[in-house]
Design a protein. Structure first.
Length: 130
């Protein structure tokens, strides 16, 4: 990729949980991998910026150095087109554990199996099996 190319990369901002969340996400996918990590300088701790890959998608994340009055919202979610029912079932169980089901795993008519969950970090995931 050259500097002149336009790209779009999801960016997840945490408040102290970026390392744990990133490691959790890469553990869920066969191609999951941490690509780069830049820690916050000094004794602050956490991640200033990291890049990881899951399901072929590069994702950026960081730990905010200040507290905010906002967090993640389901109005923006990560949509995963699963290869088979075993993968969907595994992802659903792992992501829903400690999180919140917005739409339980079921056949909603627009796909054979679908679930929508907020994981324990507050990130929203739509899991689909066509």
């Amino acid at each position: 990729m050259t500097a002149a190319e336009t790209t779009l990369t999801p960016f997840l901002m945490f408040e102290g949980a970026a390392t744990e969340a990133m490691n959790f996400y890469v553990s869920l996918f066969d191609d999951g991998e941490v690509l780069t990590v830049t820690p916050h300088p000094g004794e602050q701790g956490g991640i200033q910026l990291a890049e990881f890959k899951v399901a072929g998608q590069r994702v950026l994340c960081s730990d905010s150095s200040v507290s905010h009055a906002f967090t993640f919202t389901p109005s923006l979610s990560l949509f995963v087109q699963c290869k088979d029912d075993a993968e969907l079932t595994h992802l659903h169980a792992a992501l829903a554990d400690g999180g919140q089901e917005l739409m339980p795993l079921a056949d909603y008519g627009f796909s054979t199996r679908f679930a929508w969950v907020n994981d324990r970090f507050g990130v929203s995931w739509q899991l689909n099996l066509p």
